[in-house]
Structure formats: C-alpha cells, structure tokens
Design a protein around this ligand. Structure first.
Ligand SMILES: [Zn+2]
Length: 499
C-alpha cells in the first residue's frame, strides 16, 4: 500500500502539520473575510418578500439568479458556461386537468372521493371493468385475466408502487388503490392535494405513460363494490374465483407547460492542479408562495447555504487576486430545482461543465443558519451535522475533522450518517447527485425546525454568528482540499445508490 494515500499516512501528515506548521495564517486571513455583515446583507435580499420565495422557474428565482451572477462577476470569478454564468435548461410543468372517475352512474369527486396519482392523457372517456384483487397474489394473476381492466388493490402495510407495477406488468390498464386505514387519514391527504391543485408538477420531460392510478379510502373501496370492507378483503384473499367487479368510466386530461430555469456557476481556475475541480454547492430556489398566498422566504432553506457559498467564493477570489490562487480549480455551483426533486444538480451531473472524473469533491450546503430540534436546549449549540464524509473516501472525514479542530472547534454531529436514518437526509439534497457518481461529498446541515418549508422561515431567525463559524469550517476544509498534494482517494464502497 502506498503510504501517501493510506489513512495512516494522512494522519501522520496532519499531525506533522499541527506540530511543525501550526495554523495556516494565509487561510485564516481569507477566512476572516467571511463576515456576519455580508452574510446578512445578501440574505436580506435573497429572502426578502420581493423574491416571492424563489419558486423554480418563477420571477423570484430569476431575480436571485441575476443577483448571484452580478455578484460573481463583481468579485472577478469567471462564468464557465461558454463564458456565461447560467446553465439554462428546460423543465415541464405538468397538470392533470379534468380527471374524472365514475362508478356505474355515480361520479366521484377528485380530491374528495379519490386522489389521482398516476399519469395519462386521453382524448375521450373510457369504460373499463374494475376487479378487486386485494393484495394481488400470484394465484390471482394466474387465474384472473386482468388485461385491459383496472385492478382494486389493498396496499395497507405494503408498498403500493410495487403492487401497481405488478398488475401493470400483467397487462392491467391501471389501478384503484387503498394505502391507508381510516377516512380521516385519507381526508387529510386529499386536502393537501386539493391545496396544490391548479399548480403544475415540475420535472424533466418524459413521455406520457397511460397509467391511471386512483387512490381511495378503505371506506370508499367498500362503497365502490357495495360490500363491507372486511368482506372484500376476505373475498380477495381466500377465493380467487370470487372476485368483486364493477363497471367504471374515467378520463384524464394532461396539460404541459415549458419552464426555463438555470443553475448559476462561477469558476476559479487553479494553478498546477487546475484540471481537478472542487465543487461547492447550495440550492438557491425555494418553494414560492403557498396556497394561502403567504411567501415562503426560505431564509434558512437554502438562503443560508446560498450566501455561505457567496462568501466562501469571495474569500477565495480575494486570495487569488492577492497571489494565493488554489492549486485545484473551484466551481461555485448554485443550483435550481432542488425543492422539486434535486433537478438542477441532476441536470449538472448529467451535463457537467467539467468532467466528473476530474471532480474531486462536492461540499454541499443546505440549511446552515439555524438551530434544529435536537440542539434547542443544548448547552453548546456550536454544532453542525456532517453527512456522508466517510462514505466514499477514507480521507475526507479525517481532513474535515482536522480543519475543525485546527480552526473552528464546532461539534461535528454524525447522527444522520447512520445507514438506517429514517429521515434519509443522505438522499435529500444536491450532494447526492455527485455521490451517485462516486464523488466523495460532505453535506452540511443544521437539522430540521418548526419553520422548515413554512412562511416563518425568515431572516430574523437566522443565527448569523453561528452561520459564520460554519462557513469558516467549510472554507478551511475547501482550502485544504483544493491545495493538498493528493486528491482524496475514492476507496469506499458506494452502498447507497437508491433513492
Ligand atoms: Zn433545502
């Protein structure tokens, strides 16, 4: 084993740098350019009402993009997309208008009696037979022809998606699914859908799949077949020859609108290792205005990460101007579409401006301005959750710890690194689109609080001094990663590839 790239070698190296060199005075000088005043000034604009919650593709997101572009240009960073700062791409906003479902002659009401979950686009009303198969056993599928029928599925306690896939593969037209017990639970969900109706769902354009899937309450499923629910379940379980069936009519109209949006990129070229690129990212979009007309300002999510990236960029730009250019190049990447499913980072990873093989690390910053639930009453609140640092490289966590001990002395909390973390944060921000391509990442995160995705996520609640400390930790870690002799080796196993 090459001692240079071994973990022991790294530790010896870092130990020597503490004893012999101490702190890097140059790095400290530029870290001090990250100020509370600047963080606050930028955030006051980005999280202001004028930006209307920076909804993907909307006016506020565009204003934020322009603000970022002007800032990067002013501090002297290059636009790496054919000389520009915007990596523009197209999304589609999909709205299923006029979804109809009738049982016999009785018309059901959308977002009251049923929720539409699938896809489809039809010229006219279709008639079909709906058969109830409950848990969909293999015996069912052997004995019953479900071709061109809709299938009633009882998915409580099972993955409804898997059961729907199963009947679709066997030739079904679509499905009517029960996923939860109790009318009240269903009503709550239906209300959420009602609040969002009229708003398109953003994503990359995909061909329409004719796959109507309707969700109903357990009570409604009983009504549809005019049978008590318990009886219905028993019938489907015990005797595949007695399958309740019903005639239905349905129609789905789909409406698509094209939406332009953009990632904002700024580039600082390195010196002797300039082919290698460190990516420092955050998302600058947020969830816009809610159905009550209130603005979700997104000061913490992810205004905090956006201004942190800006301040780190400014510190590096000033250092470069003074003759302390990093050895590796750095890409400051402000992505769009995160809130709609990590779309901007997915687009970047699929259409990288710099080859992914040469992309050494991604430091992703999403929510670093607040104190989350777990630390509300803690004596020491100088903490940050650090996620993913030991996944792909044996070196990254040690480097991160070293910089923290040397410069910032925060509590680095690894709680959410647990493989079985029920929150699945490892999959829930933009670093994931780098990690899935085997690029070692660190995700910096303050945890969740009451104002998460609420109109109350405002600037006045931001802990600017704590945010500044966190920004300095990320700066020093980035400085180290950009200047060290060896890039961090990818020697870990990528065991988390599923979302
Ligand atoms: Zn976020």
């Amino acid at each position: 084993m090459n001692i240079k790239s071994s973990v022991l070698g790294l530790i010896i190296n870092l130990f020597l740098s503490i004893c012999v060199y101490g702190q890097d005075e140059v790095a400290i000088k530029y870290a001090s350019m990250i100020t509370v005043q600047d963080l606050e000034r930028h955030l006051n604009y980005l999280a202001s009402d004028e930006l209307e919650g920076r909804d993907t593709g909307e006016k506020g997101q565009k204003l934020a993009a322009a603000y970022l572009r002007d800032f990067y240009s002013e501090i002297g960073l290059e636009g790496p997309v054919n000389g520009g700062y915007f990596q523009q791409f197209e999304l589609v906003s999909t709205l299923w208008t006029e979804v109809e479902l009738s049982i016999g002659k009785k018309k059901l009401i959308e977002n009251e009696d049923f929720i539409f979950m699938g896809d489809g686009d039809m010229k006219k009303r279709e008639k079909a037979e709906l058969v109830f198969l409950g848990l969909v056993s293999d015996e069912h599928l052997e004995n019953i022809d479900i071709k061109d029928k809709l299938v009633g599925i009882w998915a409580i306690g099972n993955r409804s998606g898997a059961l729907v896939d199963k009947v679709m593969e066997a030739g079904a037209l679509g499905a009517v699914v029960v996923t939860m017990e109790g009318q009240a639970n269903f009503d709550r969900m239906a209300n959420r859908f009602k609040a969002l109706s009229g708003r398109g769902r953003l994503g990359f354009e995909k061909p329409t799949t004719q796959r109507p899937v309707f969700m109903v309450s357990s009570e409604k499923m009983g009504e549809i077949f005019d049978t008590p629910v318990e009886e219905l379940k028993e019938a489907a379980k015990n005797d595949p020859s007695v399958i309740p069936s019903q005639n239905i009519t349905y129609k789905i109209d789909k409406h698509i609108e094209r939406v332009e949006t953009e990632n904002v990129l700024a580039f600082l070229e390195g010196t002797d290792k300039k082919e290698e690129v460190l990516v420092i990212s955050s998302h600058y979009d947020h969830v816009g205005i809610n159905s009550q007309g209130e603005i979700n300002n997104g000061a913490d999510d992810d205004g905090s990460g956006t201004v942190t990236v800006m301040e780190i960029a400014e510190a590096f730009a000033q250092a470069a101007e003074d003759g302390h250019r990093p050895r590796r190049s750095i890409l400051f990447l402000n992505v769009t579409g995160e809130e709609k499913g990590l779309l901007g980072s997915e687009y970047y990873a699929d259409n990288p401006i710099f080859p992914l093989e040469n992309t050494v690390n991604n430091l992703n910053i999403d929510m670093v301005g607040r104190i989350g639930y777990e630390y509300e009453d803690a004596e020491n609140q100088d903490y940050i959750y650090v996620i993913g640092s030991e996944m792909l490289s044996s070196h990254l966590k040690i480097i991160s710890e070293y910089n923290n001990i040397t410069y910032t002395n925060l509590i680095l909390d690894y709680t959410y690194d647990a493989e079985d973390d029920p929150n699945r944060f490892y999959y829930r921000s933009d670093h994931y689109n780098f990690a899935k391509h085997n690029i070692p990442v660190i995700f910096y995160f303050n945890g969740v609080h009451d104002d998460y995705h609420q109109p109350t996520d405002t600037v006045d609640k931001i802990e600017f001094e704590l945010m500044q400390k966190r920004a300095k930790l990320i700066f020093h870690t980035a400085w180290d990663l950009a200047n060290r002799e060896e890039r961090t080796p990818v020697d870990g196993e990528n065991t988390r590839l599923e979302r």
